[in-house]
Ligand binder design. Structure first.
Ligand code: M6R
Length: 605
């Protein structure tokens, strides 16, 4: 969370800082700010709310200077107000920060006991004031290195110094940070995406690294304070994919792009002529794999839950799944014969990255399923399986979820085939069915009108419930997550069979209950649970691919979705749930692409 930008140039930087902050807003959007150096002074501008507001402030009152830092905030310490917005400046230094300083309370007490006064409630200001003391006797780089030694926690920093009008210092511990290069201009950014409009030449800081930028030079120092060289990466050019075109917002674009997302994934991994899956260089031979461990957060975790059912159906391999924030602190029995798979759209999620690092430290084989191939998680894994979904900008993950399920499905099929647990005929049949998926997704997207009607019917409710069994249970969880994050309507996802163990008490007259019931071995049981809901006044929306089913008049809405084969139903059943959340949020006038309190890339614990 939080986005950092820094530019050292030979021309005014504030316009480019604003443009980069707009690209970084997916990381946080409760306040924004920048600081530039001009006439031996730090000029600081900040505001609550969006970068657009900051831009208007600058329009009236420009921030001159050819060196500057900028920030978009996702509040951790202190409410989102102007004082707590970054940068945090003293007379001498100005700091932007992403991450959390875990010992900030103690450091603050120490500084206060020396008569030093704080303006904000943030942990960041501790860094500003420590640096302000250190710089009195040290060079900028030394003062940063000495300050870093006092900090606990994870962070990325961008710092400018009043008396050094051509200098930015950056530092990374835990939170990602990249450096970009151009002629007479160098950049610091939370990620390569922020820098992409200015350069495609990027280096990434590793944990403990410090960088020193001027307009013509970049130097890197490692944890031991030794000067080091960094690899320069050339980024691919996918700028246009991150535009929303004629769509109202990124989320609707991303929902409607899903047939293409799936098609791209299939084209990348499936050989349609040979009826085979192009996956090679497994870090462990599938035949000798003992267990697959899937680790992720949020929506990505839901894709792992679905994959667990697939692996269990198709192969004999044992599968374990965990949310990264739990996995990273568990007492894991690591096994070199297990493959540890990390699923993440951004590839920068702090908990997932830390769980991956734990695996690396224990010398086990890792694989990442990521959308952003230049991300920290991708760079730190033994084997990378990109989604090829293109940039996902809406905070609510949609096309990346389908992309994640697709890669996990393909991986499961290939591993099961290599282990002789799926025979050649089944393998070919499943590949042929998979190829039909983009068309089926396209067909369900055409039902948007029907889903709009349902949205109208439920958007004023106090809460809602999503039920499913088998792979439809994680899809229920995903439907509930989408609805709550986009529309702030309380939503619970449950395995349908668990209802009677407590949640049934919540069912009352008119409560919307969304039942996901494809034609699988669970259908009859889920349908009985639906009757229990109806008997207690629940208002049921049934989503099913069992078209021959006689509709019970007590079911308020039924959405029929296409059927290809049972194991592919999670892809198809997800689409109406995304559209439902989207339309409820639209009716409630919510900010679709930037739901309150959230950020696209969760880079703090
Ligand atoms: O970038 P990641 O896939 O690692 O992100 C994980 C979650 O933060 C993310 O899926 C989150 O739950 C989404 N906002 C859900 O729509």
């Amino acid at each position: 969370m939080c986005g950092i930008i820094g530019i050292a140039s030979n021309k005014a930087v504030s316009t480019n800082i604003i443009e980069s902050l707009k690209r970084l807003e997916y990381r946080g959007y409760d306040s924004a700010g920048l600081a530039t150096l001009h006439n031996n002074q730090i000029l600081e501008k900040k505001c609550t709310g969006r970068v657009e507001k900051l831009e208007k402030i600058l329009f009236k009152n420009p921030a001159l200077g050819s060196v500057g830092i900028g920030h978009v905030r996702w509040a951790t310490h202190g409410v989102p107000n102007e004082v707590n917005a970054h940068p945090h400046s003293s007379e001498i230094v100005s700091v932007v920060h992403n991450g959390i300083i875990e010992n900030s309370d103690q450091l603050k007490k120490d500084l206060e006991s020396n008569g030093i006064k704080f303006k904000s409630q943030t942990d960041t200001e501790v860094i500003t004031l420590l640096l302000t003391e250190e710089i009195k006797n040290e060079s900028p780089i030394k003062s940063v290195q000495k300050t870093l030694k006092k900090l606990k926690g994870s962070f990325a920093l961008g710092i400018i110094f009043k008396s050094f009008d051509n200098l930015i210092v950056g530092a990374r511990r835990g939170s990602p940070l990249a450096v970009g290069y151009a002629k007479d201009e160098n950049y610091l950014g939370s990620d390569s995406y922020a820098l992409k409009s200015m350069t495609n030449k990027i280096s990434y800081l590793d944990d403990g690294d410090v960088c020193v930028l001027t307009k013509n030079s970049v130097e890197f120092y490692n944890l031991e304070e030794k000067k080091i060289n960094k690899k320069v990466h050339t980024l691919s050019d996918d700028k246009n994919l991150a535009e929303k075109g004629d769509y109202k917002n990124f989320m609707s674009k991303e929902i409607f792009e899903q047939p293409i997302t799936v098609k791209n994934g299939i084209n990348e991994y499936v050989d349609k002529i040979k009826n085979d899956i192009n996956l090679y260089n497994f870090p462990i031979d599938p035949k000798s794999m003992e267990k697959i461990v899937l680790i992720a957060c949020g929506t990505a975790y839901h894709s792992c839950l679905v994959a667990k059912y697939w692996f269990e159906e198709m192969s004999n391999i044992e599968v374990e799944i965990d949310v990264a924030s739990e996995f990273r602190y568990r007492k894991i029995k690591f096994n070199k014969k297990n493959l540890y798979i990390f699923v993440s759209q951004s590839g920068e999620t702090a908990d997932t990255a830390a769980a991956l690092q734990l695996c690396k430290d224990n010398n086990v084989k890792t694989c990442s399923v990521v959308n952003v191939v230049e991300s920290s998680i991708a760079r730190n894994s033994d084997w990378v399986l990109p989604l090829h979904a293109g940039p996902e900008v809406g905070v609510a993950s949609t096309k990346a979820f389908l992309g994640q399920m697709l890669i996990l499905y393909i991986l499961c099929l290939k591993i099961s085939f290599n282990r002789n647990e799926v025979n050649k005929d089944e393998y070919i049949q499943k590949i042929n069915n998979l190829i039909k998926l983009p068309k089926a997704i396209d067909d369900i997207l055409k039902k948007e009108d029907q889903i709009q009607l349902v949205a109208k019917d439920i958007y004023e409710s106090k809460g809602s419930m999503f039920l499913g069994r088998g792979t439809s249970f994680p899809i229920a969880l995903e439907g509930a997550l989408k609805l709550k994050e986009l529309s702030y309507l309380h939503a619970e996802g449950y395995p349908a069979g668990e209802m009677k163990h407590g949640p049934l008490a919540l069912i009352e007259d008119g409560l919307p209950v969304i039942v996901i019931a494809p034609k699988d071995k669970y259908f009859e049981k889920t349908f009985s649970n639906t009757q229990e809901v109806i008997a207690r006044g629940g208002k049921v929306l049934l989503i099913t691919d069992k078209h021959e089913m006689v509709i019970n008049e007590n079911i308020r809405f039924k959405i029929d979705v296409p059927f290809i084969e049972e194991s592919l139903s999670p892809f198809i059943l997800t689409i109406p749930l995304q559209l439902l959340a989207y339309h409820v949020a639209l009716l409630k006038n919510c900010d679709i692409d930037k739901p309150r309190n959230l950020a696209k890339s969760v880079t703090v614990e």
